[in-house]
Design a protein around this ligand. Structure first.
Ligand code: ADP
Ligand code: MG
Length: 251
């Protein structure tokens, strides 16, 4: 059985079928790219799978159980984590706090007075801090740790978004346009991090509008068009497929 699958998903917005009977599945350990023209339904597919929206029809299965419509937090706790096309960090908070606060179920220094915080709560807090610092270093954000997130560049925000997602220790990481607005050097760095995470066992699904970086990175490409899967296969085969060429160039 696949680690993650969507079966016959439908999502309509006021008569527009953003996702139109779409089925796709991902095996454990895969690195899959999802491409397709603007408006093809890529983000809506991620939203349906990750519980951000509930599909009108169809079934989502993750790790052996049906999870259709389960809330994002519940799925994240089970290891299914996604990032957003428009990053969601809190601009009035520092980079470090943004990463720390992405951790699930953390006791929170603000909400629990120091005197009643148990030893185990303090241990969790310490490990959250350590993990956050490690991620800041990995993504070369450590020198910006005390900056407000509002001061970051678009590319740095993408790195922050990735660091925040990794605080949740995902089994499956779904990235919505991780390279959008990112300069070429940083794009290569993010791609390298993604490759490494996948090599260390993480299943990764990446939506991307730009094809070049993605094609080199992934094992498999799924092409969406008008809410459906147009082609699904090895990158070389997919990119030379007439239907894909038509979808991208023919409009
Ligand atoms: P992609 O990510 O492939 O560019 P989307 O999934 O964002 O495509 O959008 C697919 C279609 O659904 C588009 O026509 C978009 O305008 C529409 N759509 C997406 N989300 C909403 C929403 N919340 N309300 C209304 N229409 C939406
Ligand atoms: Mg999108």
């Amino acid at each position: 059985m696949s680690l993650l699958s969507a079966d016959a998903l439908v999502k309509e917005f006021g008569g527009l079928r953003a996702v139109d009977g779409l089925s796709v599945s991902v095996e454990a350990g895969e690195l899959v790219g999802v491409i397709g023209p603007n408006g093809a339904g890529k983000s809506t597919l991620f939203n349906c799978i990750s519980g951000v929206v509930t599909p009108d029809e169809g079934v989502v299965t993750y790790d052996g159980t049906e999870v259709t419509g389960d809330p994002p937090e519940a799925l994240a706790r089970r290891g299914l984590v996604r990032t957003f096309q428009a990053t969601r960090e809190l601009e009035t908070m520092t980079v470090r706090d943004n990463v720390r606060l992405a951790a699930p179920d953390q006791p929170g220094e603000q909400t629990v007075p120091a005197l009643v915080r148990t030893e185990s709560m303090q241990t969790v807090e310490q490990s959250v801090r350590t993990r956050a610092d490690e991620l800041l270093e990995t993504f070369e954000l450590d020198h910006l740790a005390d900056e407000y997130s509002a001061n970051l560049s678009g590319g740095q925000r993408k790195l922050l978004e990735l660091a925040r997602a990794l605080m949740l220790d995902p089994s499956v990481l779904m990235l919505d346009e991780p390279f959008a607005g990112v300069n070429p050097t940083l794009t290569d760095e993010i791609a390298e991090h993604i490759r490494e995470l996948n090599e260390n066992g993480m299943t990764v699904v990446i939506i991307e509008h730009e094809l070049e970086t993605l094609t080199e990175l992934v094992d498999r490409l799924v092409v969406l068009q008008q809410g459906r899967v147009l082609v699904d296969g090895q990158p070389e085969d997919v990119l030379s497929d007439d239907r894909v060429i038509e979808a991208y160039l023919g409009g």
